[in-house]
Design a protein around this ligand. Structure first.
Ligand SMILES: [Zn+2]
Length: 297
């Protein structure tokens, strides 16, 4: 039995761009993503305040990107009783020194751009990336119950390890960047590794028909906004694929297509939110173009 009023969502973000949310219900408190490592100390104090010092029961991670999972190890060090839930592929990424180096580089440029610049961040404050450890591993592509009434649902497409979470008792889906982010009233596609899988994830969302969706970097969607979201997400992905493919077929270079995406998506929709660091946007745009073209041609 789903009781829509039976939960609260509290935003506990440490720094704009590394959004993280507490889902508080009668039987458990779940932190959904953790934000940047450099903002983890601030997120920790927000979480302590929101939970009366108790902290969350679980820390659920959608994927091993620096702005989503960067703060996990720091927050675990503060809230030792919280069980960290991650896809096994996410845990593999944290074990790779090269991946940690990229996270640190992106962190450093996010600190430069961040509206909340933390003077300690450049000295590695909050950076416990080396100590990442998951307590509960989501093993594979099948749905996996990670806690009572909490099911992990693989949603690869943004990255290979991307995982969403469905709170069965609450009718709440914690969605991922595989199905895009909401910004300026639009859905901005943010798939990187697979267009086809992003469409699959939108279809899966449609089947679930969650009455409430916790949308990455945005917050709660409910009512029609939640029910219409999967169709809007699919359409946004299709429009983006056409955008890239038509420019490629008209002879534009990858760099020219990156600039076109920068104008149409970053400047028009993401920049006004102040949430996505430009360096990460460009990195993702450069990665998605050749993959998308290869997938469609
Ligand atoms: Zn990401």
């Amino acid at each position: 039995m789903i009781n829509k009023t039976n939960f609260n969502i509290k935003e506990v973000t440490g720094c704009l761009g590394g959004e993280c949310y507490l889902v508080v219900s009668g039987n458990k408190t779940v932190l959904c993503d953790t934000g940047f490592s450099f903002a983890a100390p601030q997120a920790a104090s927000n979480i302590a305040e929101a939970t009366g010092g108790a902290g969350p029961d679980y820390i659920a991670l959608t994927h091993a990107h620096y702005d989503h999972a960067g703060g996990a190890a720091y927050l675990k060090s503060v809230f030792g009783n919280a069980a960290v839930i991650a896809n096994s592929l996410s845990a593999d990424i944290f074990a790779r020194p090269g991946a940690l180096r990229v996270m640190r580089e992106l962190n450093a440029s996010a600190v430069e751009e961040a509206p909340c610049r933390d003077p300690d961040a450049s000295r590695g404050h909050g950076d416990m990336l080396d100590r990442f450890k998951a307590d509960i591993l989501v093993p594979g592509p099948e749905d996996y119950t990670v806690a009572p009434d909490l099911v992990a649902i693989a949603a690869p497409g943004h990255t290979r390890d991307t995982t969403s979470y469905y709170f069965e008792d609450l009718g709440l889906l914690f969605a991922t960047e595989t199905t895009g982010v909401v910004a300026c009233g639009a859905v901005v596609p943010t798939f990187i590794t697979s267009y086809a899988q992003s469409l699959d994830a939108a279809s899966r969302m449609e089947e679930i028909a969650a009455p409430s969706i916790l949308s990455p970097h945005y917050g709660l969607l409910s009512g029609d906004d939640a029910l219409l979201f999967p169709a809007r997400a699919r359409e946004a992905c299709e429009v983006f694929a056409d955008f890239v493919l038509s420019r490629h077929q008209s002879g534009m270079t990858y760099d020219e297509i990156v600039r076109a995406i920068h104008t149409a998506y970053y400047d028009a929709l993401l920049l006004p939110t102040g949430k996505q660091p430009l360096a990460a946007f460009i990195t993702n745009a450069k990665a998605v173009i050749p993959r998308l073209i290869a997938e469609l041609e």
